[in-house]
Design a protein around this ligand. Structure first.
Ligand code: XMP
Length: 513
């Protein structure tokens, strides 16, 4: 099936996948390609529009990312965002300069006036908040263009040339902070490019299955299955794509929640899947012994996972591919390309340098969590699995601050179980996206009965989020928090204090390590 295609031309910006996601959200197929892609390749895709992304460079620098200006004569509409806007402007004769301190340079939420007669802003209020992040600005716009938006510091916040279908914005319509940002992208797609909206998650599924089949051929695939949403969706997708060539391997590393290994086994062992459970508690705990640095823990776990998968692959024989349920936030937070490393997700930044597989397959690598869930539904996975809260591959090891021991794992497992049980009892599971207990390394004085205690503090964390890139702490009713706290200090040995975390992401992350 062929679809109208929009090409997102990647100049290295931080939010580029969000642009692609917004285009998908608007029901239009898009491909993100590097700015170095040859013109012939771009033309062969018969795009109905281009979006030039932001990027860290300045257009006036030597060797700054550029494109062959011949592309501008194809009659295909272009939306330039930030760097993409400046590049478009420069190529057409405008002048881009570094903004002087405090003038025209803008970062963060910025009040901006729009010209509603410009197609990009049609149907939107004439004033709104946008997300700015630029140090350069268009001192002079190209001939034939008009200014379509202004902010206090930047007189050229958006430009347009309606006849040619060229638009440029200094700000980022793709980020949630920009009011009406998705509407601007939708206006570009539908009103300027003439999109018909012929793309759905069902199409995504079909294309992904087709390309997995082509890639894998007759090879055998080992899928790292954790029981979480992402790897379950990857399993369902691969199972449809390559059927019996797929073997799902679930590793019990001893860092799982109470009863989790049995639950995962029960959920998958009955399906039409080759399911293997590996008990590897001893080796994980041995390697983690005494390790307190979060990044070191993550790297050890990432490496051990791979070593277990390699051993399994040898046992099974003739396995060429390792498949993982890596999703986009794992990639971006592990620090790829221009983005800074926040934490090494076990399946990305925590991977060892050498892996004994021909290739790693990551069919969900470009999707956000809510898109993964939508794909899971499309694949017919049961709702309780699809809407399950995420659980990180490194498990409880990154929820125990400092060294991990068997004793601490037992404490945390029980506290976490009580937390989850009380949330379920209060009927609040659907009102929070991720919630768990953390064993802080903090010990403090308490009094129990008539005696002094010197025991651990458990932190409770619960967040509400759609994409897990940003999150708000959940307003759990006090009476529920009270019940949880009373039960934890009464039922969990060595805990005498319960804290509730009221920090959003950013500045905190969801997990503690
Ligand atoms: P943070 O802590 O970065 O978490 O705000 C964002 C989301 O990612 C999950 N997470 C991981 N998932 N391997 C995973 O499979 C990891 O190494 C990892 N680290 C964090 C986290 O639980 C949250 O949903």
């Amino acid at each position: 099936m062929s679809h109208q295609t929009v090409i997102v031309l990647d100049f290295g910006g931080q939010y580029n996948q969000l642009i692609a996601r917004r285009v998908r959200e608007c029901g239009v197929y898009c491909e993100m390609l590097p700015w170095t892609t040859p013109l012939d390749t771009l033309r062969a895709k018969q795009p109905i529009g281009f979006i030039f992304t932001g990027g860290p460079a300045s257009v006036y620098e030597k060797n700054a990312p550029n494109i062959d200006p011949a592309l501008l004569d194809w009659g295909v509409p272009i939306l330039g965002i930030c760097y993409g806007c400046q590049l478009l402007s420069q190529l057409l004769g405008g002048r881009v300069v570094p903004a002087a301190e405090d003038t025209a340079r803008e970062y963060g939420k910025t009040e901006t006036d729009f010209d509603p007669s410009c197609k990009l802003f049609s149907g939107l209020p004439d004033r709104g908040i946008v997300w700015m992040s630029h140090g350069d600005y268009m001192e002079q716009i190209p001939e034939g263009f008009t200014v379509a938006a202004r902010s206090a510091a930047c007189p050229t916040a958006a430009i347009c040339h309606e006849a040619r279908g060229f638009y440029g914005v200094q700000f980022h319509p793709e980020v949630a902070h920009t009011q009406g940002g998705t509407d601007m992208i939708r206006n570009f797609l539908y009103q300027v490019c003439g999109a018909a909206g012929d793309w759905t998650m069902g199409d995504y599924k079909t294309t992904a299955i087709q390309s997995l089949r082509e890639k894998v051929g007759t090879g055998r695939v080992l899928l790292a299955l954790s029981g979480g949403v992402d790897s379950a969706v990857a399993a369902a997708l691969l199972s449809e794509a390559v059927g019996k060539q797929l073997v799902c391997v679930f590793v019990d590393h001893g860092l799982l929640r109470l009863h989790e290994a049995e639950e995962v086994e029960a959920a998958f062992a009955g399906r039409e899947l080759q399911f293997v459970r590996v008990n590897a508690q001893r080796r994980f705990l041995m390697w983690l012994d005494g390790v307190k640095d979060p990044e070191e823990k993550r790297k050890i776990i990432g490496k051990e996972f791979i070593r277990v998968f390699e051993a399994e692959a040898k046992r099974i024989g003739a396995v060429e591919y390792l498949a993982q349920g890596t999703i986009y936030p794992d990639v971006i937070e592990s620090g790829t390309g221009q983005a800074a490393a926040i934490k090494s997700h076990h399946n990305v930044g925590g991977l060892p340098d050498h892996v004994e597989f021909q290739e790693i397959l990551e069919p969900l690598r470009m999707l956000f969590k809510d898109e993964v869930r939508a794909l899971g539904r499309e694949l017919g996975l049961p709702e309780e699995l699809v809407s399950r809260q995420p659980f990180p591959g490194p498990g409880l090891a990154i929820r125990i601050l400092g060294p991990v021991t068997k004793n601490k794992l037992d404490i945390l497992r029980l506290a976490d179980f009580i937390f989850r049980e009380e949330i379920a009892r209060a009927g609040l599971e659907r009102s929070m996206d991720q919630y768990f207990a953390v064993l802080t390394n903090l010990r403090s004085v308490g009094v129990m009965g008539d005696g002094r205690t010197y025991d651990y503090a458990i932190a409770l964390r619960s967040v509400t989020t759609s994409d897990f890139m940003t999150a708000a702490w959940t307003r759990i009713p006090y009476e529920v928090l009270d019940r949880i706290s009373v039960r934890i200090v009464n039922e969990v040995p060595h805990v005498n204090r319960v804290l509730y975390d009221i920090t959003s992401k950013p500045p905190a992350t969801i997990e503690y390590e």
